[in-house]
Write a protein that binds this ligand. Structure first.
Ligand code: FE2
Ligand code: FE2
Length: 304
């Protein structure tokens, strides 16, 4: 495949599967990490618009899903919608806390990205899943009961807790290291990445949700920049002060039960995926391997 993912259009991105975008753009590129300036330049080149997406076929695809199967399939969309809104809400303290202008400029682009991702899901829920409400919160209120406890604890409690600590003490480097571990490495680089790859691969295989596939692949490309930022930041932090490795290790250990709960799918989903010919352990295997790869690059020893 000769497609240049770095410069691909929305339409071209929509032809990819999850492995091309996730493994190709992130896990294989951890060796030579780009500079913060290069990551910024990528952002300038990789703009896309939620307004260019057409969800009319997606709406048909959703209409064809039997009523009793809808809770299973919608739960994947729901956790990403809440996830994008949560990361928008909790990134701002990081902008004030990072020590260099290059890091701050990059994180400013990430904030815009996360706003666009939240807008993408709002549009998808309205135009494809036909949910109604005057604003984003009115839709989230209806769908939040579908979020699993582990996902809720990370997205709606953990990110808020460390964001508040960083807000109160923006020069506390230990908090910043903990925050980037939870935000960029656990939430984006492990949980979101594994879930995205799984959904993108399935949609590609089944030919489902072509509008969603375009936007969600563009989101995965954006996330690759965010994750590379996090890996780079933490690797430098450990090089500057080896005691930061313990903070990263402790943060991973603290959240490991929730990571497991999120990546080990509920029984109902496991049954459905098995019937679809998928291995329900694929997500957790991929996610844990991906986390190990990142910790190796950062320079943190672990025992999981
Ligand atoms: Fe995002
Ligand atoms: Fe992100």
């Amino acid at each position: 495949m000769g497609l240049d993912i770095a410069r691909a259009s929305l339409h071209e991105l929509g032809t990819l599967d999850g492995d091309s975008i996730i493994v190709g753009e992130i896990d294989d590129k951890l060796v030579n990490l780009p500079s913060y300036r290069e990551l910024y330049h990528r952002w300038e080149k990789q703009q896309w618009s939620t307004q260019d997406l057409d969800f009319s076929i997606d709406r048909q695809d959703w209409a064809n899903v039997a009523e009793e199967n809808r809770p299973i399939w919608i739960s994947g969309f729901v956790v990403f919608f809440q996830g994008e809104v949560s990361v928008v809400n909790n990134l701002i303290p990081y902008l004030a806390a990072v020590p260099t202008e290059e890091q701050r400029i990059f994180l400013t682009t990430q904030l815009v990205d996360e706003a666009r991702h939240a807008t993408f899901f709002d549009k998808f829920f309205r135009e494809a899943l036909l949910m109604e409400g005057p604003d984003i919160e009115s839709i989230l209120v209806k769908i939040r009961p579908l979020i699993q406890p582990g996902q809720r604890q990370i997205l709606m409690e953990g990110l808020v807790e460390i964001g508040q600590k960083l807000h109160d003490e923006p020069t506390n480097m230990a908090y910043l290291v903990e925050g980037i571990t939870l935000y960029h490495i656990i939430t984006e680089g492990t949980l979101a990445l594994a879930g995205q790859r799984n959904m993108l691969n399935r949609n590609k295989r089944m030919g489902w949700y072509p509008g969603f596939q375009q936007g969600f692949t563009a989101i995965a490309r954006d996330e690759s920049r965010h994750v590379l930022f996090g890996v780079k930041f933490l690797r430098e932090a450990v090089q500057q002060n080896p005691s930061h490795a313990a903070i990263i290790r402790n943060t991973i250990a603290r959240w490991m039960p929730q990571i497991h709960q999120t990546l080990y799918l509920p029984e109902m989903q496991r049954v459905v995926l098995t019937a679809f010919g998928e291995d329900p352990n694929d997500i957790i295997n991929f996610g844990m391997n991906s986390l190990r790869k990142k910790l190796k690059v950062i320079g943190v020893k672990h025992d999981f």
